[in-house]
Ligand binder design. Sequence first.
Ligand code: 2GW
Ligand code: MN
Length: 297
Amino acid sequence: WGRQLPPYFLLLQCDSKENFLFHRRSDVLMMTPWFAPIVWEGTYNSEILNEQFRRRNVTVGLTVFAIKKYTVFLNKFLETAETYFMVGHRVNYYIFTDRPEEVPKVPLKEGRNVVVLQVQNYPRWQEISMRRMELINSFSQQRFINEVSYLVCVDVDMRFNDQVGVEILSNLFGTLHPHFYAAERQSFTYERRPASQAYVPRDEGDFYYAGGFFGGTVMEVYKLTKKCHEAMMVDKAKGIEAIWQDESYLNKYFVYYKPTKILSPEYLWDDDLGRPEILKKIRFLALPKNHAAIRNK
Ligand code: 2GW
Ligand code: MN
């Protein structure tokens, strides 16, 4: 049964990394003012977390969209996910695509499945990106709710590069955008036109979150995607599209429905930004893409 814990005052005095309860960093913010943990390497114990989630026999759904030429990203994405994503846990990959025949056959470990979901293509790339909210929403209700506990919703033009495990899971989580994790609120690229449903006033907003990595329980992701999709439809009817498409609506949502956990930029990095000392791990990395060649084909 339980482990033997040293007395509390010893923990406070103890600076040793040998101590299995020593998990803190002084160089980064580890918790929001609403008591949501911010996940950085060195702030948690994956052995304990893995035990907790294994005991619940949790299944995690990873949603990814590969429309048109973006199927080229699937092979590296899936291969690296097999190495680093939720190792030792049950995983369903949900691949939304208009080209099911281009989904590569990647060897999967036990307890892991690929589910191909055929969807239509939209001519505008902005629409492809934004319609993800609608599709995740409708499949959450129809399917995901019966198959998985948590959803992780990510971009496909990425590779896993280090462990992404159950430390990310919580009711509702978002990821600090790699360009803005150290920036001031004034510089966040929220939608600033009051006419848009994604509008965030200058004196509101806590962080700037990335559109390419969010998730939570199926119920919370259902609620998030519903609100974001509805907001997009209101804007569309008025001929407005938010400055960063789905990312803008996501950021609006997180201002008023605050995430219960936040992932550091370790979970969505771009090497164009170098590799600052603060990053002990780079877990999920943007692939360089030839925009001209891959877009609007
Ligand atoms: C996207 C832009 C231009 C031309 C095509 C596409 C495209 C995107 C496509 O042809 N097929 C496709 O499947 N996608 C999906 O949309 C794919 O899953 C991709 O990862 C996602 C977002 O597009 P992406 O990754 O090219 O745009 P980023 O990396 O600049 O994404 C950020 O900004 C987006 C909104 O502008 C989203 O918020 C995204 O989550 C952000 O990471
Ligand atoms: Mn991307």
